[in-house]
Each structure stands twice: as structure tokens, then as C-alpha cells.
Design a protein around this ligand. Sequence first.
Ligand code: ZN
Length: 243
Amino acid sequence: MRYALIADIHANLAALTAIMADIECRGWVGEVWCLGDVVGYGPDPHQCIEYLKQFEHVCVAGNHDWAAVGKISTSEFNPDAAAACHWTAQQLNPEDVKYLESLPTTVQRGDFTLVHGSPRKPIWEYLLSTGSAQENFTYFKSPFCLIGHSHVPLIFESDKAGCSLSEFPANDTLMLAEKRLIINPGGAGQPRDGDPRASYAIYDSEMGAITRYCVPYDIGATQTKMEEYGLPASLVARLSYGV
Ligand code: ZN
């Protein structure tokens, strides 16, 4: 069976539909594993939820998902993120609110634990360093953990010496073996690794492998909508650069 690993869609429907079209070209997947932050920042929060619901999928809660429905506060958000969150809240219908409110913080799927931030603090913690990643390996039991939140494609590996960190380049295939891993497939709707293309990965359970892909999408279409809706200019601009 094949699974799509998609993190941080961030209400970017053009990016999400480009990813799903790319998946269709590569051979369909049985299930989408969504790693949180379906909404926030981007112009299509309602549309992204509706679109995602068309697919067999599981999804964990991200900080933006819960902030948009008032389940957590935006006090730790920067002003642009908070402004986008306030706008997002106004675009959601009662069904969307119900969907976001009921997202779990952690999902177990076979050999994988799915969270948005980290196994220790699923909503808020950013995993970008080996120090924090090493501590987090004790907070989940499965061999592998999938995360989002930082929007940076990374692989943390736990070994006897401690923890090591490597990049997860586009089109690279990661073979799963004995070593425990924490894997971030990169940001779908607002990448932050310098590559503005929509990032995602496919897990093939028969091969025991995860391959990361980057898909070009109509960034201008998303930006035009954001400008039209008065979303913060910095959030519009960053999509061009993937930062
Ligand atoms: Zn995010």
C-alpha cells in the first residue's frame, strides 16, 4: 500500500491540488496522512478542508488548525500569523469548525506515529535540532514518527551515539530499516527550505521506503487571492521564495 505524507497545507488549494495531481500521475495512494496545519496563512481554508475530505485520509491537529477555531490562543503567533488566523476564522463554516476542532493531536498508523510539531508537544514544538529530536525519541513507541510544523524537509536518526540530522532532498528515497527515525516531508502550502515548490512524500509500505517530491504549482494564483483578501504582504511574498 502507498500513502501520501502531506504537511502544512496552509489553505493553499493550488499547492494541494497540484500535489494530488502529481500523486495521481505516480500511481494512486490508498490513504493521505496529513500532518496538520490544513488552514492558516493561505487564501482557501474552507476549500482545502472540503477538498481533503474527498480523499481517504487521517489528519492530526496543527497549531493553526486549533487557533482558527479558538481551541488555542494566538498569543504566541507573530502579528501576521495572528491576522491571517483571524481572517481564516471568518471563512470557516460550522462543518469546517467541527472538522478542525475534532482533529486528534496524535495518530498511530502501523509503524508510524503522526504528529504536527513533535511527539513531546504535538501542537507547538519545532523539531529542527538534534538536541530536541533526541529527547523526543523517548516520547513515541513506534519505529518511525512523521512531523510537520517547521516546513523544512528533514530526517532525524536515532542511533547509539545519539541523534543525527540529514536533509531530505527532492526525489530522494529513504529506505526504512532498524534505525528509528523522525521524518518531516517538507511544507506543502508554504515551504521554508528555499524551494518554493509544493513538498510532500509517498510512503510505500511494501518497499519500506519513503520518497520525497516537489511539485511546481501556480504560486501567482494563490498570491493574487491573498492580495485580494487583504492577507499580510509578507505572507504573500514568502511563497515566491519558499522561505
Ligand atoms: Zn505550519
